[in-house]
Every structure is written in structure tokens, then in C-alpha cells.
Write a protein of this length. Structure first.
Length: 250
């Protein structure tokens, strides 16, 4: 067994390998849409949880696809994973899905890797790159099936273009990659939906917070996180102000 001592390298290797496994399962052509999503979730999750048990036996673990326990709450280091973020997009053969592997330390999203297997890309918190300058007309990524009303209101207030997209990881990485400028979510997520994207976005110099401007805190007993904002730092106050005005008007 090979031991990977560096946490960042481990996160990236896990996300990339899980992504390759998921592509192999999908490319087999043997599974219908529903069965494919279930098989993909289970295959990637089994690989990730067993690899982490071998590589980091003393750390805590929270996975979307595994039964949660209280054991992680006493740990200062907790791996938070989403084996397939965007199961629907994965099953449909799209590219806007992701694999999330993150390490939260004392509740903060310190290390993260987000694989976009359909694009052959892994974004990692230890390898930040410069984000291209924002265009004159801002771009906001929104759900391709159910855009949040608050996001649409803010987009209208800022004169931003809405870009429909699949998974949370794909949306967040669109901002990291400079393909969008704002990711605002207010429909409810869980820690595994955004811990790895948050860690990567922070490392790339972006603003990451709840929609009231407060920080995201992980490894909580209740894993529900109602909302999220990822954007360029120069746009954060404008977005938060627009959100406040929209809330006051309702």
C-alpha cells in the first residue's frame, strides 16, 4: 500500500481516481439512467471511504453516501466527500457534475479538490491560478432546473447574465475558472455539497460565505447549510447589498 503523506495531494488523487472510476462505469453502457446513478454513487463512495480509512485512519469522515455517526464530531480533522455531485447530470452523460473531496480542520474548509471528470480537470486548493478579469456584464450561474428566486432577483439588480448549470461543484468551479462571476445558492445544501468547492474557491482568492456574509462552518451535528455565496471579492458587497434589499422588499 502506498501512503500519500500530503493532504492536498491525497485529496486531489482521490477525486481524480474516483472520477475515472465513474467514467468507466458510465462508459460500460450496461446501465440504465437510474441504475447508473446508483451504481456510480456506490462505486465512487466505496473507493473513497476505504482509501481514506487506509490513508487517514485517525481522521473523521462525512460522506453523502454513508450513514453519518457522531464519531466525527470529536475530531479536529474531518474529510467531507461527495462521491458524485450532480448524479442526474452524470447519468445523462453531461459534463457539469463533480467529485468533491475536502478536509475540514476545526470546522474550516482548509483543503479541497474538485474533479470535473467530464472535462478531465481537477481543481485543487494547493494549486491556485490567476482568475481572468471579469467582463463588463457579470455572469451568474444558476440551477438549470430550479433557479432560486433570490438569485434571479440579484441577477436582475446587478444586470447579470444567468447561466444555467448542473451540480454545485460545477457552478462553483465555473467561478474559479473564470467562466462565471457569481454563484449564489439559497435552496438548501449539505456540507458535502460545498465544502470542497469552498476550500478551492478560498484558495483561489474568491469571496466565500453564507448569504448574510457569515463564514461557512463544517463538521456540525446538523449537516444542513441553507445558503452559499461564491464570487469575486470586488463583487461581494454588491451581491450582499442586493440580497439585503431583496429580503427587505418581501
Amino acid at each position: 500500500m502506498s501512503i500519500i503523506a500530503d493532504d492536498c495531494a491525497l485529496a486531489a488523487h482521490l477525486a481524480e481516481t474516483a472520477g475515472k472510476l465513474l467514467l468507466q462505469v458510465r462508459d460500460s453502457g450496461l446501465l440504465s439512467l437510474h441504475a447508473l446513478g446508483k451504481a456510480g454513487d456506490q462505486t465512487a463512495n466505496q473507493f473513497l471511504i476505504h482509501a481514506l480509512a487506509e490513508q487517514r485512519p485517525d481522521d473523521g469522515l462525512l460522506s453523502e453516501e454513508s450513514k453519518d455517526t457522531d464519531a466525527r464530531l470529536s475530531k479536529s480533522r474531518v474529510w467531507i466527500i461527495d462521491p458524485v455531485d450532480g448524479t442526474r447530470e452524470y447519468g445523462e452523460g453531461r459534463t457539469d457534475w463533480a467529485v468533491h473531496v475536502a478536509l475540514a480542520i476545526h470546522g474550516a474548509p482548509v483543503i479541497g479538490a474538485v474533479a470535473l471528470p467530464g472535462l478531465g480537470i481537477v481543481l485543487r486548493s494547493d494549486q491556485p491560478t490567476a482568475i481572468p478579469a471579469a467582463p463588463e456584464k457579470l455572469r451568474m450561474v444558476v440551477s438549470r432546473t430550479r433557479p432560486a428566486a433570490e438569485a434571479l432577483t440579484v441577477a436582475n439588480a446587478l444586470g447579470a447574465e444567468c447561466i444555467p448549470m448542473g451540480s454545485a461543484g460545477a457552478k462553483a468551479m465555473a467561478v474559479v475558472r473564470g467562466e462565471a462571476d457569481i454563484y449564489l445558492h439559497n435552496g438548501g445544501q449539505y456540507e458535502w455539497d460545498n465544502c470542497a468547492p469552498a476550500a478551492v474557491a478560498i484558495a483561489f482568492g474568491l469571496h466565500v460565505s453564507r448569504i448574510d456574509g457569515s463564514p461557512l462552518v463544517y463538521n456540525q451535528a446538523d449537516t444542513y447549510i441553507p445558503d452559499l455565496l461564491i464570487c469575486r471579492k470586488q463583487h461581494a458587497q454588491s451581491v450582499l447589498d442586493a440580497l439585503k434589499a431583496a429580503t427587505a422588499a418581501t
